[in-house]
Ligand binder design. Sequence first.
Ligand code: NAG
Ligand code: NAG
Length: 256
Amino acid sequence: MALLPSTSCLLTLLLLTGTGGTVPSPQAPPQGCYVAEEAGERTFRCSQAGLSSMPSGIPNDTRKLYLDANKLALVPAGAFQHLPVLEELDLSHNVLEYLSGAAFQGLEGTLHLLDLSANQLASVPVEAFVGLQIQVNLSANPWHCDCALQEVLRQVRLAPGTGTGIVCGPGARPDLVGQEFLLLAGEEELCGIGRGGAQRSTDMALLVTMGGWLMLVVAYLVHYMWQNRDETRHPPKRAPVVAVRSEESSTFSTVV
Ligand SMILES: *[C@@H]1O[C@H](CO)[C@@H](O)[C@H](O)[C@H]1NC(C)=O
Ligand SMILES: *[C@@H]1O[C@H](CO)[C@@H](O)[C@H](O)[C@H]1NC(C)=O
């Protein structure tokens, strides 16, 4: 009789371990994703898997990562920093609008191919590309064709034949919409004076400071002229003041 409770205990234990094996672990790849060995390189394929966020279960020895044709809208900071040997990353054909300045943090030594084509990117922070030695595909995005993009193109190399695919989108300056970015970037400095907000505000600060100084000089001149006029009218006025001052200072020095 006393055995009964212990057997039921054992039974629940067995049941628990049994279900533990079938419950998917949080580190397993999502449905539609799989790990493969391609040309001797660990590859993680997650194309057309309906993903709307970065998948879990990517092995840390992955060298090629395919996340194309999903519904990814943003790349958060450090999204791939747990993949220390990642060389190729395909994020094309998603709905990316936002890229963190630290999106590719940790990939400085390894990443050399990045596909961001066919997304909704209008602008990307240049910080995201600093320190990377990469070749990128930036085609088919609604680019604002701004200073940031010009700076990015000074940081990276474009994949061969993809330059003509970088076209200014509807959010760009009206005269740039539909233009090929490389053509206009060649003849226009988009980060120059008058364009960048930072540049404009420093110019403004300089103007205000110079105006301030000018007003001070003018005020001093006016004051000086008025004083001179007073002195020429009443020449003896100044003498007693000076006398009092020298008296005061001498008594002060004798006290000390
Ligand atoms: C992956 O993680 C394992 C266990 O944490 C570690 O031993 C291994 O060195 C890592 N591999 C790489 C390529 O970082
Ligand atoms: C660049 O992206 C476009 C659009 O996705 C694609 O058609 C083209 O083949 C890509 N080119 C390279 C070199 O990756």
